[in-house]
Design a protein around this ligand. Structure first.
Ligand code: SF4
Length: 219
């Protein structure tokens, strides 16, 4: 699936099925651009979830920008709340496509807020500042903080850039503050101790960043 909605029980549904199951109210839609990632997190759902083929977030091939635009144009927009770029992979690994699609949503469906869920490693990936690419097109960036130290972060994420990854992710978050109205760092309660959560709060406070502790599997 390229575009999907999430439902109770950690299920991913195409929009038609989502509407059939829950006709009332608005829902977020999620855009799944890639299955590639520059991390190999120990808790990654990609390694754990078995899904029926028609409900799978495993992509047979990465969708083109036009394919995504066609799916977005076909959505019942009166039933949509937020547009979230988040799937079974790291969306910033397709940064040019991601930026083009965020522009597309902002130009064509400007009343719908946009969000990117990311591991925050794009500046290490590309070797330069990337936060400014989101100027004017992104309302919220949700960055996985995961842990309270470079060592714990690396142990959990096995990120491609080693121990430097943690500082690279935090630096990206700081850069985003200039271009994105809501910059949120997240940790998952399932994999983080109370003591670590407190340390994460202090790290975020010291850098002027907002922390959200989220339940496992909740997008
Ligand atoms: S960053 Fe996300 S997609 Fe990548 S390995 Fe970690 S949990 Fe999975």
């Amino acid at each position: 699936m390229i575009v999907y909605a999430t439902h109770k029980g950690g299920r991913y549904l195409p929009i038609e099925e989502s509407l059939a199951e829950q006709p009332e109210g608005k829902r977020n839609i999620y855009v799944n651009l890639t299955n590639k990632c520059n991390c190999a997190c120990t808790f990654c759902l990609r390694n754990m979830k078995e899904m029926a083929e028609e409900h799978s977030l495993w992509l047979k091939s990465e969708p083109t920008v036009d394919e995504v635009k066609n799916e977005l144009n076909a959505l019942p927009w009166d039933k949509i709340a937020e547009v979230v770029f988040c799937g079974f992979g790291e969306p910033t690994l397709r940064l040019p496509a991601l930026v083009e699609l965020l522009h597309f949503v902002k130009e064509n469906y400007p009343e719908h807020p946009t969000r990117v869920n990311t591991n925050g490693l794009s500046e290490l990936q590309y070797g330069h500042e990337t936060a400014s690419a989101f100027r004017g097109i992104l309302d919220t960036v949700s960055i996985s903080l995961n842990a309270s130290s470079p060592e714990k972060y690396y142990e959990l994420t096995r990120a491609k850039y080693g121990l430097e990854s943690y500082e690279g992710m935090l630096t990206f978050a700081e850069h985003c503050k200039e271009y994105v109205p809501n910059v949120v760092l997240t940790i998952v309660d399932h994999v983080t101790s109370e003591e670590d959560i407190e340390k994460c709060r202090k790290i975020c406070e010291s850098r002027g960043l907002t922390l959200r502790v989220r339940p496992y599997e909740n997008s």
